[in-house]
Ligand binder design. Structure first.
Ligand code: AHG
Ligand code: MN
Ligand code: MN
Length: 309
């Protein structure tokens, strides 16, 4: 074991080498610390239901609540976060003790796809980071975003404007650099349709048919983080969660699911649209704001938007 190599390739070292501002770096690093506790809890015990529900009326798994508490605590610990939006909190949380200027606001989904844990499928944590005290901003204003994927390996992917980079949790409990400057090609070979086919609107039905006719392979796990991660690491493809006859704004939430992933995918050379406009240009005015999404390599997103003009 070459300890020097591990330290050199560690997450904190990479953040400092990349010149990431200390406060922003500490937020990314502390979410990494929190993810180790979430990772451990998830793999060591079935925590069952918490007996509570969130803003969306979804029964909260004890794991959802626990992951949320751990991440909230670590963000508070940085002393650089003034406000947060969490999928598991019904309103914006204000950290009272912050009296420093130059704080940050964070929107996060502590455990996306949490219902998949009980069938041993991969889940993730998704985080969007803004400068200042307002977590309800257009995604274009993000100064950084990241996700943690709890799969066969536990990996952390972050971007702050200078490339998208992946770290893998090793047996010593460190995140070590495994991919740097990840980029998407112009087009891929896989697609995730989202929703329920009988509820598709005509435009989405046509897009899915076109992709199938062009020989794209269907890849859909029910987990946004693994499905996006697969497109990112395979270098291309298209993830969709459309507006449907039963959900006219689709399912995924803008503040803590779509904006952070759109930031990372655009940074990697891809695109993300609601069918008509870039996700990052959408005005973000509500914690539980939903939007249809077409996200992945440029040519497929472009193809999808042509059906909505
Ligand atoms: P969450 O578990 O945080 O509610 O999010 C789950 C989301 C996302 O992970 C996934 O892409 C989508 O739900 C799958 O929805 P369907 O089960 O309707 O396909
Ligand atoms: Mn989610
Ligand atoms: Mn969730």
């Amino acid at each position: 074991m070459n300890i020097k190599k591990h330290v050199k390739r560690g997450l904190w070292n990479h953040l400092m080498k990349s010149g990431v501002e200390m406060g922003l770096a500490s937020i990314i690093y502390e979410v990494g610390v929190a993810s180790k506790y979430v990772n451990h809890a998830m793999r060591t015990g079935d925590l069952g239901m918490a007996g509570t529900s969130n803003l969306y009326g979804e029964d909260q798994l004890a794991l959802d609540v626990m992951a949320d508490e751990i991440i909230k605590d670590r963000l508070d610990h940085t002393g650089r976060v003034s406000r947060i939006i969490s999928e598991e909190q019904s309103e914006i949380v204000i950290f009272e003790r912050l009296n420093r200027t130059g704080g940050y606001s964070v929107c996060y989904d502590p455990l996306d796809g949490s219902s998949l844990v009980d069938v041993n499928l991969s889940v993730g944590t998704i985080v969007a980071i803004y400068a200042g005290d307002d977590p309800l901003q257009s995604g274009r204003h993000q100064v950084g975003a990241m996700y943690v994927l709890y799969g066969p390996r536990t990996t952390l992917v972050y971007g702050t404007g200078n490339g998208v980079h992946e770290f893998t949790l090793n047996s010593l409990g460190e995140y070590v650099l495994t991919r740097e400057y990840i980029t998407l090609k112009a087009r891929g070979k896989i697609f995730s349709p989202g929703g329920v086919r009988r509820d598709y609107l005509p435009e989405h039905e046509k897009i899915v048919q076109k992709l199938e006719q062009d020989g794209y392979k269907l890849r859909y796990s029910g987990g946004f983080v693994p499905d996006i991660n697969q497109i990112l690491l395979k270098g291309g493809g298209l993830f969709m969660y459309p507006a449907t006859t039963t959900a006219k704004h689709g399912k995924l939430r803008l503040p803590f699911e779509l904006n952070p992933m759109a930031y990372l995918i655009e940074l990697a050379g891809g695109a993300a649209s609601d069918g008509r406009r870039p996700i990052l240009d959408l005005d973000c005015y509500d914690l539980d704001q939903r939007s249809p999404v077409y996200i992945g390599s440029r040519e497929e997103v472009e193809l999808a938007t042509q059906y909505f003009t």
